[in-house]
Design a protein around this ligand. Sequence first.
Ligand code: PEP
Ligand code: MN
Length: 340
Amino acid sequence: MLIVMKNNATSDQVAAVAAVIRSMGYTPQPVPGVQRTTICVLGNTGRVDSSQIEVMPGVWEVIHVTKPFKLVSREGKERTVVRVGGAAFGGEEFPVIAGPCAVEDRARFLEVACAVKEAGATVLRGGAYKPRTSPYAFQGLGEEGLRILAEAREKTGLPVCTEVMDTDTVELVSEYSDIVQIGARNMHNFSLLRRVGRQPKPVLLKRGLSATINELLMAAEYIVSEGNWNVILCERGIRTFEEQTRNTLDLSAIPIIHDLSHLPIIVDPSHASGRWDSVIPLARAAVAVGADGLIVEVHQNPAMALSDGPQSLKPEKFAGLMRDIRTIAASVGRKAGATF
Ligand code: PEP
Ligand code: MN
């Protein structure tokens, strides 16, 4: 249940409503909003009797949430805009996160970071902790990778995004990174979701390999219920019977999530297709369908990349994609890239 307070409700009136919710055995959770205060009721399993609250001074409207997710639901909250450095996800801009799958070494990362910045990327990406299918594959540089990311931020002025794989490293990753990424394989790791909900940086939450849209939104609910409202969702393809591509990009998730949730949703065409020659067409489609941004893998020498080379764009191809994005973004009422 959501209780929407009047524009001129006093803090005493808000506190009185919260006290009644507590006396009913539930938890009141304030929903951040620019125009008015909304309080979400947590802890109920069925419909709550709202008759006592409806007549309280300062209460404008009581909304019975019909979805299993409450805090991330669009019911009762305006769209969330997640701001990171100069980038904004969920507003008029169309931010693009770009960089290699993994931070492989200092010189190579700084070089590709400058190239993607030059092309107009808004945020740098690069994994320091890599979830690999094989334990013998390159696992990432760990903390050294985080230090290289921080140096690249200094050099380019762009914020950075990197994945956290377990609860033990959340504090460290959160110290270095501007966006903390939860990978597809960890979307169901509820203790990790709760932990990133208690750190201050925005979270990029990727859809699980076989997760439904509802499961993705419930995973986001775990993060928000711990107090972190800055969640960016990411559609990165789901497993289907198709074998020509690594995954199948579910573009229909974008308008559906916009209908269900106030959170921004971006698209990862790289992991969705697994092949560089599909990345640009899929990225164009993502802009056209109304996504709130992109995350794209770029490597200066994909053939030698330590992970995900086959799906990585060379910097010149990425620059071409940024030009395409600007054209398409303008036609759907958006602005693309830091240097637009
Ligand atoms: C990645 O972004 O490099 C990655 C591992 O993505 P996903 O979790 O979507 O597979
Ligand atoms: Mn990757």
